[in-house]
Design a binder for this molecule. Structure first.
Ligand SMILES: C[S@@+](CC[C@H](N)C(=O)[O-])C[C@H]1O[C@@H](n2cnc3c(N)ncnc32)[C@H](O)[C@@H]1O
Length: 294
């Protein structure tokens, strides 16, 4: 091979897409990754369902895990409907829900501009999704109020990480560590977020007070529960994959393409360091709201 061909090949290898980047792009591996945090919401939410629901709508249904569990738990359920934006996730959910035939339905939807459905539900659920709808969450509150059957309940989980003076907190902190490890001065991280159009997740996750005000015109709070969501890992690689499956390329676009594999690795290493120092990677309050239409 000529010198230039070798150089060409090396350049190609340097910018070729790593497995973790492909995972982030397609949000793959969520079934495994979600065991660290999101799956705990699923059972917590379904434990609140009473009676014999016939229709349940899950907003941001991901790979269909909550719908599957609901179909298993409630034989009365004739219609378990998922609304979801990611086509990769819909495809994975469709495969998971195929055994349930017409009892399950999936629709591609953008929850910041949700289309009406021709029926109402006794139960509407939304777990680990609301922060992605910021700053347009009120639209889904109005939609849910309009789609609850009489006496129906909207069961919603929201995360509330502490935030610093720049609005960073939760996952933003691990990303900050990773960016610093890759050479960005720590004090420049908030400006890098802003330049890259990445709104900190701790800013997207509004406070309980803000959410109460936002949902107030559409929904009344019938009750709430709170728990501390603790994330622990047994290796850096485990967290690297959790980050890619959960946050996709949301943060990784802050670094040039040829540094993205290193970025994901650095996020995993930052998590593993915290695990060893603190006995956990992170913890934050999660609220389960029981909401009814006004
Ligand atoms: C962290 S996952 C949660 C999935 C599932 N609810 C769970 O608890 O495991 C967030 C989900 O919300 C979806 N999502 C984010 N923004 C959305 C939007 N604007 N419209 C519809 N779905 C959206 C994502 O594609 C992803 O599947």
């Amino acid at each position: 091979m000529s010198t230039s061909a070798v150089e060409e090949e090396q350049r190609g290898a340097a910018v070729s897409t790593s497995a973790v980047e492909i995972q982030a792009r397609t949000l793959a591996g969520y079934a495994d990754a979600s065991r660290l945090r999101q799956v705990q919401d699923r059972d917590w939410v379904l434990d609140q369902v009473t009676g014999a629901p016939e229709t349940l709508i899950d907003l941001g249904s991901g790979i269909g895990q909550l719908l599957q569990e609901a179909l298993e738990r409630f034989p009365t359920l004739r219609r378990a409907v998922g609304l979801e934006r990611s086509e990769h996730r819909i495809a994975e959910a469709a495969a998971r829900l195929r055994p349930y035939g017409e009892r399950a339905a999936l629709h591609r939807a953008d929850l910041t501009a949700p289309e009406p459905l021709p029926y109402r539900a006794e139960v509407i659920t939304q777990t680990s999704v609301l922060h992605w709808l910021y700053p347009d969450e009120e639209r889904i509150f109005a939609w849910a109020a309009a789609h609850l059957a009489p006496g129906g309940r909207f069961l919603l989980t929201t995360y509330h990480p502490a935030r610093d003076e720049h609005g960073l907190g939760g996952e933003d902190e691990l990303v900050r560590d990773a960016l610093v490890a890759l050479g960005t001065p720590e004090e420049e991280v908030p400006a890098l977020f802003a330049r890259g159009g990445v709104l900190p997740i701790a800013t997207r996750t509004r406070t309980v007070e803000d959410l109460t005000a936002l949902l107030g015109p559409h929904l009344a709070v019938a009750g709430h529960r709170e728990r501390d969501a603790v994330v622990t890992v047994d290796s850096a690689a485990r967290y690297e994959h959790f980050h890619a499956a959960t946050f996709g390329d949301y943060y990784s676009r802050l670094v040039p393409e040829d540094r993205r594999a290193a970025f994901f690795r650095a996020v995993g290493e930052s998590a593993w360091r915290r695990q060893q120092e603190r006995g956990h990677v992170s913890h934050m309050p999660v609220r389960l709201w029981t909401l009814v239409a006004r």
